[in-house]
Design a protein. Structure first.
Length: 117
């Protein structure tokens, strides 16, 4: 009798193990749910705050850094460090592309670097 009850418990799928499916309504997948990808230019350290805000709002940013790199490398390092701290704090990602661009992403996106993410 006890063995039969134990077998019944083992055979019955748990609610936790059951797969859940969510049906998406086409109306819900409209243009408002798109991810913003922006191309911005970092000209001064002051631009860092504006770019941080865009990443916090959920935009992926392709950031041109050539202007600031040619102008002042120290300011560029400060800006990149500040942006990096923001990305780390919000579980986002940041990566350099060539010498002239950075890519900044919010937490729902990662930069593919050629190996497992």
């Amino acid at each position: 009798m006890v063995l039969g009850k134990m077998l019944d418990k083992v055979k019955q799928p748990k609610a936790e193990d059951a797969e859940e499916f969510v049906e998406l309504d086409e109306k819900a997948l409209n243009e408002d749910n798109r991810i913003g990808v922006r191309i911005e230019t970092l000209r001064d350290f002051i631009d860092t705050d504006r770019i941080q805000q865009m990443v916090r709002e959920g935009s992926v940013i392709f950031l041109r850094i050539k202007d600031l790199r040619n102008k002042d490398v120290t300011e560029l390092k400060r800006s990149v460090e500040k942006l990096k701290k923001t990305c780390v704090a919000m579980n986002g990602d940041i990566a350099g592309i060539d010498e002239d661009f950075l890519v900044l992403t919010p937490k729902f996106a990662r930069v593919y670097r050629g190996q497992g993410i």
